[in-house]
Design a protein around this ligand. Structure first.
Ligand code: ADP
Ligand code: MG
Length: 624
């Protein structure tokens, strides 16, 4: 019989398992039991609609059998089983779990850490066994198949005798070494405690034959052993337990067991709702961004159970996109079991649950922001951008949920602040919420356009995410205050308005001339109201800002959109004297200066200059 090779990725993971020095090898049992439970969820769901299947809960269980002498541990289930092809596909190739992709990203040393933090699934059996045999008979098939592997060499698949539908996994437990006593995984009491620890809430009974002692008949001192099959788990799913019976650790363990993430959740939300719609839910707010969060592979959604039966792995309708990072499960008695996935979308109960959940998450995040600022900021660093996309994509209903969760870096506080904090600090005469957009805080800090607003003592919010400006455009106002870019034509700072008007009159001819030199690259040249120390900058006219122009043009199939730009000149700067002089005496010089100043303004904005070679040549010219 031919031995097949594992796919490269799988082989790497397998090697890691075989050579693992990881200390919590016991989690292999959690992984195998969770797979068995998944397989039972699948067949249980089928049984709802298929008369040939028993819908009797007693029929679905997991059995653990330990044979110390022969070093054999078996885990069998009455789940959906696997066909020959499925054995090949599911066990020959590492499942999508993505642990390897994750490993590459963070380059964990030797990868040992990921075993505990991230689900590695079936292959974890090789941490404790040198041979693993999987006998399985799939629902709807007449034949059983046996998959066997002793690790690195590859695996074989052949037909086998198996009566009942389901899967039986046989582990030949490794020999003890000086450092490691693998025999512990054959010990009934040790197995029992591992199951209690990790798999207590599995909803199907986990059975094991336990050796018990009782007094011999007619004896007061002599004991005899007997075997009794016992159920080791309490079978109450964690979400049905009372909150006060559970510790943070229990929730964290559940999070790890479910492979929701390789981090520890920042917060869990346990909901027991008994109202118009009743449901239990446990939701988690992760701390770190999943490695695939911003890829199209990432699927948002919560596990959905109808009265204890899993009906959907990832029910997307339960979460708005901007809370797409939330993980967890929802179990409701009010959902019909036979509902199809298409029908679910329109289900009234489900919509109510979704709305309810949305509010709970919002409240929890608000509390986090209020009471555990540091944690919130760390969380916001990972997921805050989602909120801005949320505001941007659907103005009407998201605004109220999201606007108080937003944070931006503040020029004054030198840290992240909320809009509420900003507005509450505004001096009375300040009309607008000012912001400056740019690549980084450092770059924005140096923008000449921030000078006047900054000098006025007004706080400026720094927008460094591409979506920021688009998002506040949708918000329009916060607490009735409008947002205003520091580069916009009208800053709403009065005394300078007057000043600038007069100056523009006075230098009308010069400015017109300069505008002609630059032609349609700009819409006008004006005396600046906002510059203090810099000679020149660009300002905005119209709806589209320069930052927005950059973002839009960076997108594929862009239409080369241009913001209306005004070249602003600081007439109190010494450079302006040179301009005036050139205007009177030397047209060629004026030409040169105008172009130089325009290009400088572009560079300050982070915009490309049209002809860098000409620009440098021009600089050389004035040096000679
Ligand atoms: P995951 O559980 O994350 O999918 P695993 O490595 O644990 O990854 O399992 C791989 C796949 O093998 C499962 O998705 C499932 O399809 C299949 N499988 C594993 N164990 C069983 C089982 N006891 N019964 C049926 N299918 C199983
Ligand atoms: Mg698994």
């Amino acid at each position: 019989m031919a031995t097949k090779q594992f796919k490269a990725e799988s082989k790497r993971l397998l090697d890691m398992m075989i050579n693992s020095i990881y200390t919590h090898k016991e989690i292999f049992l959690r992984e195998l039991i969770s797979n068995a439970s998944d397989a039972m969820d699948k067949i249980y769901y089928k049984a709802l609609t298929d008369d040939s299947l028993s819908f009797d809960k007693d029929h679905y269980y997991i059995k653990i059998t330990s044979d110390k002498e022969n070093r054999i541990l078996k885990i069998s289930d009455t789940g959906i089983g696997m066909t020959k092809e499925e054995l090949e596909d599911n066990l020959g190739v590492i499942a999508k779990s993505g642990s390897l992709a994750f490993k590459k990203e963070t380059e964990l040393k030797d990868g040992y850490d990921i075993i505990g933090q991230f689900g590695v699934g079936f292959y974890s059996a090789f941490m404790v066994a040198d041979t693993v045999t999987v006998m399985s008979k799939a629902f709807g098939s007449d034949e059983g198949y046996m998959w066997e592997s002793n690790g690195a060499e590859g695996y074989t698949i052949e037909p086998c005798e198996k009566d009942a539908i389901g899967t039986e996994i046989t582990l030949r437990i490794k020999e003890d070494t000086e450092d490691e006593k693998f025999s512990e995984y054959l010990d009934e009491y040790r197995l029992k405690s591992i199951i209690k620890k990790y798999s207590d809430f599995i909803r199907y009974p986990i059975k094991m034959d336990m050796t018990e002692k009782k007094l011999k008949k007619d004896s007061e001192t002599e004991y005899e052993e007997y075997i009794e099959e016992k159920i080791l788990n309490s079978m109450v799913p964690i979400w049905k337990k009372n909150k006060n019976e559970l510790t943070k650790e229990d929730y964290d363990k559940f999070y790890a067991e479910k492979h929701y993430g390789f981090d520890k959740p920042v917060k869990h939300i346990h909901i027991k709702a008994d109202g118009i719609v009743s449901y239990n839910a446990i939701l988690f707010i992760p701390e770190k961004m999943p490695y695939d969060f911003y890829t199209k592979e990432y699927e948002k959604g919560l596990e959905l159970y109808a009265n204890g039966v899993l009906i959907m792995d990832k029910c997307a309708d339960l979460l708005p996109d901007y809370f797409g990072f939330v993980k967890g499960i929802v179990d409701s008695e009010d959902l019909s079991l036979n509902i199809s996935r298409e029908m679910l979308q329109h289900d009234r109960q489900l919509k109510l649950i979704a709305k309810n959940i949305k509010n709970k998450i919002k409240n929890e995040l608000s509390n986090l922001l209020k009471n555990e600022r540091e944690k919130y900021e760390a969380f916001y660093e990972s997921f805050g951008r989602q909120f801005k996309y949320g505001v941007y994509s659907d103005f009407g209903s998201n605004k109220d949920v999201l606007q108080d969760l937003l944070m931006f870096y503040s020029s004054k506080e030198k840290k992240m602040v909320t809009l509420d904090e900003y507005v509450s600090r505004m001096p009375e005469e300040q009309k607008y919420i000012y912001y400056a957009a740019g690549e980084s805080n450092e770059r924005i800090e140096k923008l000449p356009q921030t000078e006047l607003v900054g000098d006025k003592g007004y706080e400026i919010l720094y927008f460094t995410d591409e979506v920021d400006e688009f998002a506040v455009r949708m918000l329009m106002t916060y607490k009735e205050k409008e947002f205003k870019s520091v580069s916009s034509g009208d800053l709403g700072i009065e005394e300078n308005e007057k000043d600038a008007k007069e100056n523009n009159e006075e230098y009308k001819d010069l400015f017109e001339h300069m505008k002609n030199i630059l032609s349609d690259k700009i819409t006008a040249v004006r005396a600046s109201k906002r510059l203090k120390n810099h000679p020149v900058c660009l300002a905005n006219e119209g709806e589209l800002t320069i930052e927005m122009e950059k973002v839009l043009n960076a997108m594929p199939n862009n239409q080369n959109i241009k913001a209306d730009k005004v070249l602003e000149i600081n007439i109190h700067h010494d450079v302006f004297k040179s301009l005036k002089e050139a205007f009177e005496k030397d047209q060629e010089k004026l030409n040169l200066y105008t172009n130089l100043l325009y290009n400088q303004a572009l560079l300050i904005e982070g915009l490309p200059i049209n002809d860098p070679v000409e620009f440098t040549n021009n600089i050389c010219k004035i040096m000679l």
